[in-house]
Design a protein around this ligand. Sequence first.
Ligand code: COA
Length: 337
Amino acid sequence: MSLPKRSRVLGWGASVPDLIVTNDDLSEVVETSDAWIQKRTGIKERRYVDHADGSVVMGAKAAADAIEMAGLEPSDVDAIICCTLSPDIDFPGNASLLHDRLGISPRIAFDVRNQCSGFLYALATADQFVRTGGARHVLVVGSEVHSTGLDFNGARGRDVTVLFGDGAGATVVGPSPDDEHGLLSFKLHAEGAYADKLAVFGPSGRDKPRIKPERMPPEDPYFYPTMEGRFVFKHAVEGMTSVIRAVVDEAGFQVSDIDMVLPHQANLRINQFVALQLELEERQVSNNIERYGNTTAATLPLLLTETAAAGRVSRGDLVCFAAFGAGFTWGAALYRW
Ligand code: COA
């Protein structure tokens, strides 16, 4: 069997909860305002799950659409990679739960824990499987439920709480029938020295016992995300700008050749700064943060699904995915549509 030179996204899908939480809704429980959130982040609303549904249910819906669009049967999926920081249960990972829910039996199933860059890391991993023959069809699912783990206590944690929402997206990655279309190159980075700049510290395997009755929400913020916002912001702009330049350069193109950038959606202002530095016009950058907030590993497949549905990408277009997040981890992928 000859191995494909490139992998390609054969199908995609997304699923978001029905419940829309506007900034005004949030202002009723958190000390914030619609004006503050919109001015600083561009976010107008986000979705929250009904608590009966977790990231596996949402991910399964997105995955089913992606498999159908790829023209495949569920049994054609050889590998599942789930990216999430909000798995349904502590272990086993979402990939195991999802494969049971979808009723398929891939040979390979595992989770990637890389927060906002999770989907990019998973896409790059899927690409390796496909090109080396380790798997032919890889289902990559990003699914997040943030709403059950945010700090809704007045002013504490509000900088983080207003940013995040729930959602899922999925892609099926498989062999490209030709050498021109599909994933051209990717670049991934990590800087663990900044791990504590954006993190959830509890529960911790370093604590004995791991769960301490005296360390419980809502009084103790131990289980809520904490972030040095300005520090993260600065590094996100620098990281995404330079990695987009690098991935384009490596593939032998110029930034001006890019038809569409699909950037992670953490803050609209981050993406505007990146676009400014790269001299990209508004039509060359796709954003949907105003409706979903930051959905972490679900962001890129959700954005991909919506951007394609809106007809904003055409065959032959040069598309650049980019993401930055906790870890810090970041990266970019260049893709010929
Ligand atoms: N509503 C109202 N006021 C808020 C608020 C909220 N949700 N969150 C913070 N504030 C207040 C602060 O308390 C501070 O008040 P003070 O001046 O009286 O001390 C003021 O607003 C400014 O806070 P600051 O944190 O400096 O604001 P900022 O302009 O840096 O914006 C973020 C905060 C979080 C929006 C911004 O730093 C950011 O987006 N960072 C990166 C986020 C990110 O990318 N995260 C995920 C990476 S994947």
